[in-house]
Design a protein. Structure first.
Length: 259
């Protein structure tokens, strides 16, 4: 049986909207060891340039990208993967996701094609993104290797607990994107109050709340070195049970990226 060896750091860098390799290089310099990009972000080349400019050995950083919905037909998976690798300037990525189970996605043909690119050494592991519980179950039945990670929107205003429970049951990382709620974390009264208690920022509290959940890692986006450092250091913040319960009880729902 194939075993997943995907130990993602608690805080990685989400790169959607980042178009300067200096930001990527700065993140690596500050200690980030997980970079997340995607074909649809139109910045794989930027991420690759940042990796190339850093003195960090390649094997010390997890690089992940995602195949968009027009690269998911069985005949398009390998060419799409190779195109991403060319833009990144890499021989392989550590984690290759199905970005969304839409468009040309068909579990019976897409997933075996992903297994094939993994077996060919173009990616170390295969992940999924924005899947529903039933789609995860079907993918688990079809894939040769276990699901290495599942990336979803998850923050104090939105998150599917069934997806969290699946990650915990099958012991893979749930990669939470948009942890700062599109900026709303800075204005939320509960997050602000908890931040004052710990003499920190609401952003740090939101990140720490995510990391208080078993099997959850997160990929906040930041561009300035100051914000990159603050997000990375948020993993050192320990919330107590009362803090977590208060954030759990926030009575508001806002999904930033609905279907």
């Amino acid at each position: 049986m194939l075993v997943v060896d995907m130990h993602l750091p608690p805080v990685g860098l989400g790169t959607m909207g980042i178009h300067d390799p200096v930001t990527v290089e700065a993140a690596l310099d500050l200690g980030y060891r997980h970079l997340d990009t995607a074909q649809i972000y139109d910045n794989e080349r930027v991420v690759g340039e940042g990796v190339a400019a850093s003195p960090l050995p390649r094997e010390e950083c997890t690089v992940a990208t995602k195949l968009w919905i027009d690269s998911l037909a069985d005949d398009d998976v390998r060419p799409g993967t190779e195109a991403s690798l060319d833009r990144l300037g890499l021989e392989s990525v550590d984690l290759l996701y199905v970005h969304r189970p839409r468009g040309d996605y068909d579990p019976e043909s897409t997933l075996p094609a992903l297994d094939a690119v993994r077996e060919a050494g173009l990616t170390r592991q295969v992940g999924l993104s924005n899947f529903e519980p039933d789609q995860l179950r079907r993918a688990r039945d079809v894939l040769d290797a276990p699901i290495a990670a599942h990336q979803v929107e998850f923050h104090p205003y939105y998150g599917d607990r069934a997806l969290l429970e699946d990650a915990q049951e099958y012991d893979y990382p749930l990669v939470a994107y948009s942890p700062l709620i599109g900026g709303d974390a800075f204005e939320d009264p509960v997050l602000t109050d908890v931040a004052e208690k710990h003499d920190t920022s609401p952003a740090a509290v939101s990140i720490a709340w995510l990391l208080a959940h078993e099997n959850v890692v997160t990929i906040p986006k930041a561009s300035s070195r100051e914000h990159l450092r603050a997000n990375f250091e948020a993993q050192r913040l320990d919330l107590d049970g009362e803090d977590v319960a208060r954030i759990d009880a926030i009575d508001r729902e806002r999904e930033l990226y609905p279907e």
